[in-house]
Design a protein around this ligand. Sequence first.
Ligand SMILES: [Zn+2]
Length: 319
Amino acid sequence: MRGRFAPSPTGQMHIGNARTALLAWLQVRSAGGTMLLRMEDIDTARSRPHLADQILTEMAWLGLDWDEGPDRGGPAGPYRQSERSDWYRTVISRLEEAGCLYRCYCSRSELNRLASAPHGLTGETVYPGTCRSLTPAEAALRKAAGREPALRFRVPEETIAFDDLVAGRVAFNPADAPGDFVIFRADGVFAYQLAVVADDAAMGITHVLRGDDLLDSTPRQILLYRALGWTPPVWAHVPLLVGPDGRRFAKREGALSLAWLRGRGVRPEALVGFLAFLSGLLPSPEPVRPTDLIAAFDVGKLPRAAARVEPALLEALAG
Ligand SMILES: [Zn+2]
């Protein structure tokens, strides 16, 4: 087994990220596998090097270790997405050769005007396929207008199903939403869907445990694996932590960041116990080290419902 934790250094690490890291680590360690840490800093305009350093520090503070990563190296490196552009370009040329991509010249305002209301499940707008079959003359006209194209993946009309270790059998049709999706943005940034598939495949990842906000990305990623002739990993999508209002924790809610908790003198064992309790791994939020949770861990027994963080519990944690 090879698993990974892949944070984006675009904000402070909060308790939801810490829980995903803990569960991904437990899945790998309970199977005697290899743990990777990959820094998803592909959007260089939003990523901050000091936040990347802080994530490594806070992972270690929690008691989570990794066998391969940006600070330790390893056979599948580099482990920072900002250093892997050559590989993404190679993957894009393979997709182009396979006829899976086309150039999209739509501007953001055009897309907003054309798209239907955001789809209920994904919250994303649906691309109406405007540039799917531009004639060379039409494309030349748009190019002459100075538009930089994005690259879109041609999504077939087909229901994609897979078995998730936590969510169970999942099926939906990515042609309904979001439709043909971007893999290379007009501003020159490689899209998340492309980078995550290119990296998980190249790094030999066999198991991916992540938040279920990415569940609806998975059928798109399966299409990429298929187009590239690669074997997808086994996924486990865990329900997110939500606040008392039922909304999920956003990265920028500073009060729930690890930095804030550490600043209040919270011990890592207390936080790990709190996260383990919220994940159904402990009957009460007792202080515990991650290593103490390995023996009893079973990914199949993780709760399928979102875990609500009640204010009283948080107050007890933060003192
Ligand atoms: Zn377009």
